[in-house]
Design a protein around this ligand. Structure first.
Ligand code: F6R
Length: 616
């Protein structure tokens, strides 16, 4: 969590940093700050609130001129969100200034030690401790900034992406990374530092992503020097890559919110997920990350899926799909639980780590644990070059394009798409699916983008239903089979952006508890598509109706039975049951979106959340 940005070069740093912070606000947005070196002194301003609040305050109170600057948008870990705890943080001398994403776990012990030596602290943060530790090392050991940072970091335990500069040497920024992402954009006589490439994409497409355990000295008059934090070893040829991202992809493109834009991008995002992989006429699925290790997939005894949040829901859908197609057991684990128990990983297990951001700390740690225990790890990520994608032995990108809205939408459907391709591919390689059935699946899958477009036509109906139920205190979401995880996902979407309490349940489980909640105040969203246990779910709807619950049915086009029973229905096109989550999820995204908008909530940046959860 937290977004960091830095600039050093020939431009004015302030506008670059501020625009960058706005792009990174998805990472955290409870406070923000900026520091600019104006040629003589450091101008620093920070405040509780969003980047927009910072901008309004800075421009009336601080000189923003200068060619060196850093900025931060925060998701609080140590210390409440307030002005003092916001970054950047000064060292005691006022010479060093730092921004940090991550957690220094042993900060308390270091703080006590520094306090004994006369250091004082204004904030409750671990970051202020770190900058003073660097200063302590610098002064006591007479070291240059880069070396002092390296020595200090070796005394810490935790995770970080940091950028720090020294007023006495304003031609360089020192950066380091362990467990939190950090990219360096390399322009003509200028450098950009950021948590991801979005802040610098209009200036340069050349990017260097630091690896875990690396640090760099970014100096105007020299080439970037990258070296190991642990032992100072120089990385002789750091990999500078050419980015494919473009500016349009990270702007709202006429939509009121990123979330709505991303909901509407799903047909194209799914097409992009297919691109180069699915050859319908030839009956081929090409996935390099699978083809290169096909024996492992053929011989796998079990798949273990690790993920969090929405990605975990996609994993649950994949469990149903892969077990059906491949006939091997699939287990779906919350990464945060997996890593803290004593999980059993056996020879022949394949672990699949799913993560939109590719940076989720728990997913990363869980996959590392599985790797240590000998598992082959396959990553399914959206963000190209992200930590999880690099840590995995092999993988497949979802190619959904940047997802900025904090509530995940197109990430979910493209993850399911990749995992469906994976399931089909393994089933084919293992001879578990006939050629005709395989072709049939490919043809059906190929129609999904067009059917998602049709499902998006439910927008007006979703809006109408939102108007009726927006003031409900609770919602229940029910589904069975492939659509049980969609019920979980629908409930998650509603609670995270509208703050209405919502529960997702397997429909048949309702009578083991949640049915007690049902009364005339309770909207119940039931996914009741024709091919999925339809009769059973109709019985569940009857049970809700007899208890006066309000029924919102997500049904297959042309359905009459549920229409007669429900208060409202939203239709989605007919599709093979295993692919129905790709359609049924669309009206649920739209419903929560409209409810949140009607309740005046901040749809793209819901309270307390962040897009990239890089803390445990
Ligand atoms: C929900 C949401 C979160 C993420 C979760 C995992 O809309 O966005 O639940 O799905 O934090 O994030 P990734 O997929 O980046 O690992």
């Amino acid at each position: 969590m937290c977004g960091i940005v830095g600039y050093i070069g020939h431009r004015q740093a302030y506008p670059v940093v501020m625009k960058g912070l706005q792009r990174l606000e998805y990472r955290g947005y409870d406070s923000a700050g900026v520091a600019v070196y104006d040629g003589e002194s450091i101008q620093l301003f920070k405040t509780k609130g969003k980047v927009e609040d910072l901008k309004n305050k800075v421009e009336s109170s601080m000189n923003t001129a200068g060619n060196l600057g850093i900025g931060h948008t925060r998701w609080a870990t140590h210390g409440v969100p307030n002005d003092v705890n916001s970054h950047p943080h000064y060292s005691n001398s006022g010479d060093l200034v730092i921004i940090h994403n991550g957690i220094i776990e042993n900060y308390d012990a270091i703080k006590k030690e520094l306090t004994k030596r006369g250091f004082t602290f204004e904030s409750d943060t671990d970051t202020e401790v770190l900058v003073n530790l660097i200063e302590d090392v610098q002064i006591n050991q007479g070291l240059k900034l880069g070396k002092a940072v390296q020595v200090a970091l070796n005394q810490t335990v935790g995770a970080y992406a940091i950028a720090v500069f020294d007023k006495k040497k304003p031609n360089e920024i020192v950066v380091a990374r362990l467990g939190s992402p950090l990219a360096i954009g390399i322009g003509e006589g200028e450098f950009f530092i950021a948590s991801d490439a979005s802040p610098f994409i209009e200036y340069t497409t050349n990017a260097l992503y630091l690896e875990d355990g690396e640090m760099a000295i970014v100096r105007l008059d020299k080439k970037i020097k990258v070296f190991s934090i642990k032992d100072d070893a120089l990385i002789t040829a750091p990999y500078i890559q050419e980015l494919k991202l473009n500016l349009e992809q990270i702007e709202k493109g006429g939509y009121e919110h990123f979330m709505l834009k991303e909901i509407y991008e799903q047909p194209q995002a799914i097409r992009d997920t297919f691109r180069g992989r699915m050859r319908v006429k030839e009956g081929i699925i090409k996935m390099a990350g699978v083809d290169d290790h096909i024996d492992k997939f053929i011989n796998a005894k079990r798949l273990v899926i690790l993920a969090c949040g929405t990605s975990w829901h996609a994993g649950l859908v994949a469990e149903y799909i892969i077990e059906e197609l491949v006939r091997i057991p699939v287990e779906v684990e919350y990464a945060s639980e997996f890593r803290y128990r004593n999980p059993v990983i056996e020879k022949g297990d394949i672990v699949i780590a799913i993560s939109q951001s590719g940076e989720t700390a728990d997913t990363m740690a869980a996959m590392k644990l599985a790797k240590e225990q000998g598992a082959f790890v396959f990553g399914v990520c959206n963000v190209v070059g992200s930590s999880i994608s690099r840590e995995a032995h092999a993988g497949a990108y979802t190619h959904a394009g940047p997802e900025i809205g904090v509530a995940s939408t197109k990430a979910f459907t493209t993850q399911i798409t990749v995992l469906t391709l994976l399931g089909l591919k393994i089933a084919k390689a293992k001879g578990k699916i006939s050629t005709s059935d395989f072709h049939m699946h490919l043809e059906e899958l190929n129609l999904v983008p067009q059917k998602v477009e049709e499902a998006l036509q439910s927008n007006e109906q979703a809006k109408k239903i939102a108007e009726v139920y927006k003031d409900a205190a609770n919602f229940l979401y029910l589904g069975r089979g492939f659509n049980f995880p969609v019920a979980l996902e629908g409930a998650l979407k509603l609670k995270e952006i509208s703050y209405i309490h919502a529960e997702g349940y397997p429909a048949a489980e309702m009578k083991h508890g949640p049915i007690a909640l049902i009364d005339e105040q309770m909207p119940v969203v039931v996914i009741a598509t024709r091919r999925g246990h339809y009769d059973k779910i109709v019985s569940n709807i009857q049970e809700i109706k007899s208890r006066k619950g309000k029924i919102i049915g997500i049904v297959t086009k042309g359905d009459v039975t549920v229409r007669d029973l429900a208060d409202y229905v939203i239709e989605v096109p007919e599709i093979m049951d295993s692919m129905s989550p790709l359609l049924t999820t669309i009206p649920l995204q739209l419903l929560s979106y409209h409810i949140a908008v009607m309740l005046n909530k901040n749809v793209d940046q819901p309270r307390n959340l962040a897009k990239s959860v890089t803390v445990e």
